[in-house]
Write a protein that binds this ligand. Structure first.
Ligand code: IPM
Ligand code: MG
Length: 365
């Protein structure tokens, strides 16, 4: 039986996770999705109860699970905690300890939402890009990472950007393989004009391309230009592969192209070892403390993350497509949470949106 670990976390994490549970229930009842699940603590909520945002017990359970469904971490009440205690440490440790080096962030603009973007509809209509972000290396984890005090009393803080050949090779392979089942185009973004890690990144991606994926089209782009091109003409991209920090920034930017960051799912995957692959699925919206607990949050990013889980962890392509189709349908029918509300549409809350999606699932299946 499939073992899922649910980590609701902070802010709107718990309320969107409740909606994911309802959809999980629907799949178990209607699509023979046999699973057992357990919930545990992570982030600020974990800190309040255990003194740590990354409890060992949670990390161990996550490593043993077939897949982890994650809510969100963070909130202003924890802003002043020391760095190692911050809620984000919980998520970063999960990524590192589970070896989740490949972060897949699709940015897809549903037709019904093309007017909800802050960009012109013709720029975003039909947008379907996939950002493949390296997730366990680079400046997020490089050592030294420290603040010291200099003899003259001022402070000096250091983060370290570091990549090895094998780290770049494996993320490049993920991007090329995904491109093969899409439109066979990869753009690799780095700063090889300024950073030696960027130079190595470009060399290694070029080599992997030449030796293993000559059938895929590869272009190199400087990360600052990539940011500009993403708002100028985003549809020129299909798969974009980039490092941890550039991927963090560019994926938020890509998210906004689709109308709302409340719409976007993500998958974080490890290496396939003996038929097993560590995996964590997470809406990319974050904890949204301003609307937490009010029943206003958009559950779609969380639900689409579960669709990615069905696809990547369990090979249930039809089931994944079904859920994505249901989301598309309710949007076409005019259901909107506050973040994507448009004049004349039917405004619903978190549970109301899920009601509509469950209804659509019933009708479509
Ligand atoms: C993300 C988030 C995280 C990151 C934070 C919460 C640590 O912004 O997943 O994009 O910076 O990676
Ligand atoms: Mg981010």
């Amino acid at each position: 039986m499939i073992k899922l670990l649910l980590l609701p976390g902070d802010g709107i994490g718990p309320e969107v996770m409740e909606e994911s549970k309802r959809v999980l229930g629907w799949y178990s009842k209607n699509r023979q999705f046999a699973y057992e699940s357990e919930s545990d603590l992570i982030g600020g909520t974990a800190y309040e109860k255990t003194g740590r945002s990354d409890p060992d017990e949670t990390i161990e359970k996550a490593k043993a699970a077939d897949a982890v469904l994650f809510g969100a971490v963070g909130g202003p009440q924890w802003d002043n905690l020391p760095f190692e205690k911050k809620p984000e440490r919980g998520l970063l440790r999960l990524r590192k300890d589970m070896g989740l080096f490949a972060n897949l962030r699709p940015a897809l603009c549903f037709d019904a939402l093309k007017d909800a973007s802050t960009l012109k509809p013709e720029i975003v209509a039909g947008l379907d890009i996939l950002i493949v972000r390296e997730l366990t290396g680079g400046v997020y984890f490089g050592e030294p990472k420290e603040t010291t005090t200099l003899p003259d009393g001022q402070k000096r803080a250091v983060d370290t950007q570091v990549y090895t050949t094998s780290e770049i090779e494996r993320i490049a392979r993920v991007a090329f393989e995904l491109a093969r089942v899409r439109s066979k185009r990869v753009a690799s973004a780095e700063k090889s004009n300024v950073m030696v890690t960027g130079v190595l990144w470009r060399q290694v991606v070029t080599k992997v391309h030449k030796e293993e994926f000559p059938d895929v089209e590869l272009t190199h782009i400087l990360a600052d230009n990539a940011a500009m091109q993403l708002v100028r003409n985003p549809k020129q991209f299909d798969v974009m592969v980039t490092d941890n920090l550039f991927g963090d920034v560019l994926s938020d930017q890509a998210a906004q192209l689709t109308g709302s960051i409340g719409m976007l799912p993500s998958a974080s995957l490890g290496a396939k070892i003996g038929g097993r692959q560590a995996a964590l699925y997470e809406p990319i919206h974050g904890s949204a403390p301003d609307i937490a607990g009010k029943g206003l949050a958009n559950p779609i990013a969380g639900l689409l993350s579960f669709a990615m889980c069905l696809r990547y962890s369990f090979g249930r392509i039809e089931d994944a497509n079904l859920l994505e189709k249901a989301v598309e349908q309710v949007l076409a029918e005019g259901y909107r949470t506050g973040d994507i509300m448009q004049p004349g549409m039917n405004k619903v809350g978190t549970a109301g949106m899920t009601d509509a999606i469950l209804n659509a699932l019933d009708k479509l299946s």
